[in-house]
Design a binder for this molecule. Structure first.
Ligand code: NAP
Length: 285
């Protein structure tokens, strides 16, 4: 990967605390190089509670924009001059463009998920969706799915969080608990299942104790996991064995990055070329 620096090169970065684990610099610089864009993408540690100081610094030092990860996504919300609909709906900003001193906040996670779903050939409009989880990923995916015309049942271990998420669009979202019998009943009337909990994630996270809800899911219903490490979670393996189309979180990760770069540059990118460049870089590390 070669990013050529010139006096005109515009700066982008990811901020977070911690941030060194972020794959955004790898993905973004691979795409910048692929399309010969006059940008460079860096990694910037910004301590919790210092989003406003960073924003002043980014404007002063001429950044064209940045991505935000934990713990800045919510803190940036009141600091934006403009917000896109998805950021407003899910209450979190992961992409900030700085244009002539004005800040525009976007959330590309949900849009990235919709593009990944499109790659799988699934159209969410009119579908009954079973969404597991009510954290940051679930909020972004739910906001995008509601916008795309789906009806969602949100199942979460902490029911109060599912209720709070459901309040985002009460006509389109129904909260539910996470008991096995509830999950089976919801699955039986769903045409698409999405896991946005951390269950099954590589590392210390817990696993699903009971996957019997997959057996209740109608034939042909797609099963998606926001998790991309491991590439195939237990949930996805069991769903594949039962004959369901499956998708892991890699498409969402790649597409949210492509969407962010499109916002930064104001250009539509060739998605297949962008995905291939980003994937090739990830495979090399
Ligand atoms: P988060 O805000 O911490 O939310 C975690 C969710 O998992 C909550 O709904 C939580 O339920 C649930 N959960 C955790 N442990 C559980 C357990 N033992 N039993 C049942 N539910 C449990 O995390 P997040 O940022 O939304 O991330 C969720 C997953 O999505 C992670 O695996 C992350 O890697 C993935 N992700 C992927 C992408 C992508 O681009 N592919 C982007 C973002 C996130 P409670 O509310 O009850 O605590």
């Amino acid at each position: 990967m070669l990013v050529t620096l010139q006096n005109t090169t515009k700066k982008l970065c990811v901020i977070g605390d911690p941030v060194l684990h972020s794959r955004s610099p790898l993905l973004q610089n691979a795409m910048i190089s692929e399309f010969g864009l006059d940008y460079i993408y860096l990694c910037q540690h910004v301590p919790r509670g210092e989003s406003a100081q960073w924003l002043a610094c980014a404007k002063y030092s001429g950044y064209a924009g940045f991505n935000a990860t934990m713990p800045h996504k919510e803190a940036l919300m009141p600091l934006m001059d403009e917000l896109d609909d998805l950021a407003r709906l899910c209450g979190a900003v992961n992409t900030v463009c700085i244009r002539e001193g004005r800040t525009i906040g976007y959330n590309t996670d949900g849009g990235g998920f919709l593009r990944a779903l499109d790659d799988l050939g699934v159209i969410p409009a009119g579908k009954q969706v079973m969404l597991l989880g009510s954290g940051g990923a679930a909020k972004a995916v739910a906001a995008a799915l509601v916008g795309a015309g789906a009806a969602i049942t949100v199942c979460n271990r902490t029911i109060a969080k599912a209720e709070a998420l459901g309040a985002m669009a009460p006509h389109r979202m129904t909260p539910a608990d996470f008991r096995s019998e509830t999950l089976r009943a919801v699955a039986a009337r769903s045409q698409l299942l999405i896991n946005c909990t951390s269950l099954g994630m590589e590392g210390a996270a817990a696993q699903f104790k009971d996957l019997s809800f997959l057996e209740a899911l109608p034939q042909g219903a797609a099963v998606c996991d926001a998790i991309y490490a491991p590439a195939e979670t237990l949930l996805l393996r069991r769903a594949r064995e039962l004959g369901h189309p499956t998708m892991n979180g890699m498409g969402m990760l790649l597409h949210q990055a492509i969407l962010a770069l499109e916002h930064f540059t104001g250009q539509c990118l060739d998605r297949e070329r962008a995905k291939a460049a980003a994937m090739a870089t990830l495979e090399r590390v």
